[in-house]
Write a protein that binds this ligand. Structure first.
Ligand code: ZN
Length: 145
């Protein structure tokens, strides 16, 4: 009986090692259909405004009134067009690479109050470009780290 249990442990451990190595080599790519919107660094998109001293501050939310660095993502990087994606990091953690048809490959580096679940927000250089993207249902390729 004891030998049997030991054997079961060895087999399940071996299976775990195999599935891990297989995953890192091939199958970390997933295809997910989700809603993608566009945003830029402006106050309207990122929830900031200028205070009486004309400093940018959070317009609402838990950090309301605190200074905000324009164009800095929630992970501390500089938001870049055709690169930066905001997502719900419970679903797509920072560093997740996502390929969006019509946008290209991007990396999750930002979060947004309204970006929850199967939704992503794509960073654009200008507000006009973000509006032009609008709201699209797309099937994306997701590569988790
Ligand atoms: Zn904007």
């Amino acid at each position: 009986m004891r030998i049997f249990i030991l054997l079961a442990v060895v087999v399940s451990t071996a299976a775990a090692i195999v599935s891990c190595s297989t995953r890192s080599a091939f199958s970390r790519t997933e295809y997910i259909t989700l809603e993608a919107t566009g945003y830029c660094k402006c106050g309207q998109c990122c929830g900031w405004k200028r205070n009486l001293l004309l400093q940018p501050v959070y317009a609402y939310g838990p950090n309301k009134g605190e200074k905000k660095k324009i164009g800095e993502t929630a992970s501390g990087t500089k938001a870049k067009p055709k690169h930066t994606i905001a997502a719900d990091t419970d679903v797509f953690p920072f560093g997740t690479r996502i390929k969006i048809p019509g946008y290209g490959w991007g990396v999750v580096e930002d979060r947004g109050g309204a970006i929850k679940g199967k939704r992503i927000d794509l960073f654009f250089k200008t507000h006009k470009q973000a509006l032009e993207w609008g709201r699209q249902t797309v099937t994306v390729e997701v590569v988790r780290q």
